[in-house]
Design a protein around this ligand. Structure first.
Ligand SMILES: N[C@@H](CCC(=O)N[C@@H](CS)C(=O)NCC(=O)O)C(=O)O
Length: 208
């Protein structure tokens, strides 16, 4: 393992997990170097740090390796959290985790099927993406009803949950933007638009 002075993030620009890790790192102000990975030809250094082969992977200067995006977010915010993304009581932190778990679990599975209809699905559903899109509506309606109460998912200010979930909702919306806007044109679309157009998000999506 090559020793490093500054933490090194193996990342992929469009990966929603990597995006949320980069959002937390950027908002924390913690200095990290980045290595853009070709997912079809992953660097050997990354695979020897984390053999499971997913991005993001963060190599720390002390030799530790963090290879789960949420753990990378928490690592950065535990060093510095100037925007108060982790500022919540135990109850809302648990509530945020339930939301993130649903995002990473059932919503992500439905998102993949909606985006890539036909992959690994029964023949009868092979060319139909709508059932997955519609089933994902349950989670999106949960988000919408939260956003009808306050500007962000947990409160009036942005927090870990918003950053962890928005890259996935963005992907969902991108499949058929006109349909998304027609269906979720209220608080959810407004939340998505404001986050995606924010300088923070635009910064982490820059091509290097
Ligand atoms: N649970 C992991 C999931 C990361 C993940 O699945 N990343 C995808 C890219 S979006 C990946 O690296 N897939 C492996 C591949 O495409 O070869 C995390 O939160 O970091």
């Amino acid at each position: 393992m090559t020793p490093i002075a500054v933490p090194l993030l193996y990342t992929f620009r469009r990966c929603p997990y990597a995006i949320r890790a980069r959002l937390a790192i950027l908002v924390s102000g913690v200095e990290v170097d980045a290595c853009e990975v070709d997912l079809k030809n992953k660097p050997q250094e990354m695979l020897s740090l984390s053999p499971k082969g997913t991005v993001p992977v963060l190599q720390l200067a002390d030799g530790r390796v963090i290879d789960e995006s949420l753990d990378i977010m928490r690592w950065a915010l535990s060093i510095h959290d100037p925007a108060g993304w982790m500022n919540s009581d135990a109850e809302s932190a648990a509530e945020a985790m339930l939301l993130i778990d649903e995002n990473d679990g059932s919503f992500k599975r439905l998102l993949d099927r909606y985006k890539y209809p036909g992959c690994g699905q029964p023949e009868s559903l092979a060319h139909s993406r709508e059932p997955y899109r519609d089933e994902a509506g349950r989670f999106l309606r949960t988000l919408s009803s939260r956003l009808a109460k306050h500007k962000f998912l947990m409160s009036e200010s942005m927090s870990l949950a918003d950053a962890a979930i928005v890259p996935f909702v963005r992907q969902f919306a991108q499949v058929d933007r006109a349909w998304f806007d027609a269906t979720y044109g209220g608080p959810l679309a407004a939340w998505l638009e404001s986050l995606v157009r924010s300088p923070l998000f635009e910064n982490v999506m820059q091509k290097h």
